[in-house]
Write a protein of this length. Structure first.
Length: 283
């Protein structure tokens, strides 16, 4: 399994727990909007088995409006500072270079940029200067119009090619290969069929040569898969069992990390996958 320096040395997929410091995130908007509640939740995720806590101050659900720079900074920096001061490995979920820099200064060890550097051209240079790990996600546009961009002839090939181009560009800005993590961007300018095709092709994505972060937790394609007889999708928070299945399969396929909302069972799932792989290697 490909390693990321300073973020996990265990021979298993890592678990990234989500702290949405927002009033409008798709699965738990508002629950952790209060600073103290967000900090408590971050510590709770670590107690459940999270290896990394991902702190975000801007919802990226389809149709979400952007928040101001000042508001995003006010939401995430105090939470990151408090968690990092206690030794928690923190990532910041942001598309803004200024937020990334302030977050790293507050202790963040990874920048999780859902735009892969497209939303803010300064992002790769900031990441290069700080030396922290950098998640480059496949992205075709902001939340308000990403659904109309979900048009592919061959989604796996096109996502691979577009990610490879993004990697070339961030490398040209000074980011090192050792800093890069790739994310296929499930749900971002992709419909359910696109998401399943990408999950079924993780080995092809891994051929790009970088660790893979998979973020399927509670996303709409899972709720739609589990729709009732009338076609009503399963509510977001009721698709955690399906998330577990994706976690176990992604870990079995060599994912470096899974990003999830309900940490405890997912931490168990990656350990099961690791034991399965070890047993297979010994037979």
């Amino acid at each position: 399994m490909t390693r990321v320096p300073g973020l996990g040395d265990e021979d298993r997929c890592l678990v990234m727990g989500v702290v949405n410091v927002t009033p409008d995130s798709f699965s738990d908007g508002g629950l952790w909007f209060d600073e103290e509640a967000a900090i408590r939740h971050g510590f709770g995720l670590i107690a459940e088995g999270a290896d990394i806590v991902d702190v975000g101050g801007e919802s990226t659900r389809p149709g979400a409006a952007r928040v101001s720079l000042e508001e995003e900074l006010a939401r995430v920096v105090p939470v990151i500072r408090a968690l990092s001061a206690a030794g928690v490995a923190v990532s910041v979920d942001t598309m803004r270079a200024e937020v990334a820099l302030a977050s790293v200064e507050a202790g963040a060890r990874l920048v999780n940029d859902v735009s892969g550097g497209l939303a803010d051209p300064e992002m790769p240079r900031v990441v290069a200067a700080t030396g922290v790990s950098y998640v480059v996600m496949h992205w075709r546009g902001h939340s308000e119009d990403m659904e109309r961009r979900a048009v592919y002839h061959d989604v796996v090939t096109e996502v691979r090619e577009e990610l490879a181009k993004r990697v070339d560009l961030v490398l040209a800005e000074g980011v090192s290969e050792e800093q890069i993590v790739l994310d296929p961007g499930l749900g971002f300018a992709k419909n359910a069929a696109h998401n399943w095709a990408l999950l079924a092709s993780l080995p092809r994505l891994a051929e790009l040569g970088y660790p893979l972060l998979i973020g399927a937790s509670r996303k709409r394609f899972l709720g739609r898969l589990l729709a009732d007889a009338e076609g009503t999708p399963r509510p977001f928070s009721h698709s955690d069992d399906a998330t577990l299945a994706v976690t176990a399969l992604a870990a079995r396929e060599g994912a470096w990390c899974v990003r999830v909302h309900h940490v405890g069972p997912n931490a168990d799932a990656v350990r099961v996958a690791a034991a399965w792989k070890r047993a297979g290697a010994n037979t």
